[in-house]
Ligand binder design. Structure first.
Ligand SMILES: Cc1cc2nc3c(=O)[nH]c(=O)nc-3n(C[C@H](O)[C@H](O)[C@H](O)COP(=O)(O)O)c2cc1C
Length: 195
C-alpha cells in the first residue's frame, strides 16, 4: 500500500496555542505511524468568509480568488484529515468556521451537481479526527464545533472517526500541563493512519 498522506489544519489565530500544540502531537503520532503529513495554519493564509454568491453552483468551483484556492487541492487529495480548532463563543472559532463555510463548493458539487467530491477509485478511505480546547467546562461547550466538523467531513467524503476535546484549558501553553491530552492525541494520530 502506498504511503498515507495526512493533512493537518490548525485553525487558531494564536501562535503556539493549545490547539496548535494538540495538532503538533497528533501529527507526530501520524508520522510515527508512517504517514506523510502536511501541517497548515489558517492564520498564515488570507481568505474571506463565504460570500454566498452561489458562484460554485455552476461547476462546483469557488469563484473567490484568495488563499483558500491553495487549500482546496490539499483537502481533496488528503487520505486523512486532522482539524484542530479552539472554542470561541461556544462554537468553532471564526477562521475554522470560514474554512467550513468555504467548503460550500464541495456541498454544491455533491448536492446540486450530484458529482463525487473527491473521486478515488483506488485510494484508501478518507478519514478524519477533530481536536479542540475550551477555556471552560460548560455543558455542551464542544457540541456546536463537533457538529460543524462532522458536517464538513461528510461534505468532503471524509469518515469522521472521533473528537479529542479538552475543557478548562485556557491560557497559552496550558495544554502542556494536561494529564492525558498530549499522549491521547499522539495515539489518535497514530491510529488514524495505521488502521
Ligand atoms: C474570542 C474568544 C472566545 C472564547 N469563547 C469561549 C467560549 O465560549 N467557551 C469557552 O469555554 N472558552 C472560550 N474561549 C477560550 C478558548 O477556547 C481557550 O482559550 C482555548 O484554549 C484557546 O485555544 P488556542 O490556544 O488553540 O487558541 C474563548 C477565547 C477567545 C479568544
Amino acid at each position: 500500500m502506498s504511503q498515507i498522506n495526512c493533512l493537518a489544519i490548525g485553525c487558531s489565530p494564536r501562535l503556539q496555542g493549545n490547539t496548535s500544540t494538540l495538532l503538533e502531537h497528533a501529527v507526530q503520532g501520524a508520522e510515527s505511524g508512517g504517514a506523510r503529513c502536511e501541517k497548515i495554519f489558517l492564520r498564515s493564509f488570507k481568505f474571506s468568509p463565504c460570500i454566498a454568491c452561489d458562484g460554485c453552483h455552476k461547476e462546483g468551483k469557488c469563484v473567490v480568488k484568495d488563499d483558500m484556492q491553495l487549500i482546496y487541492d490539499k483537502l481533496l487529495t488528503a487520505d486523512r484529515l486532522i482539524l484542530a480548532a479552539p472554542i470561541f463563543s461556544m462554537g468553532i472559532n471564526a477562521m475554522g468556521k470560514a474554512l467550513v463555510d468555504r467548503g460550500q463548493r464541495f456541498w454544491a458539487t455533491k448536492y446540486i451537481l450530484h458529482k463525487p467530491v473527491a473521486p478515488r477509485p483506488e485510494g484508501p478511505e478518507r478519514r478524519g479526527i477533530f481536536l479542540s480546547a475550551a477555556g471552560t467546562d460548560l455543558p455542551g461547550v464542544f457540541d456546536c464545533a463537533v457538529r460543524s466538523v462532522k458536517y464538513y467531513y461528510k461534505v468532503l467524503d471524509v469518515k469522521y472517526l472521533n473528537q479529542y476535546c479538552y475543557s478548562k484549558v485556557d491560557t497559552k501553553g496550558e495544554i502542556l500541563h494536561h494529564p492525558i491530552a498530549l499522549s491521547e492525541v499522539f495515539q489518535a494520530g497514530f491510529d488514524l493512519v495505521s488502521n
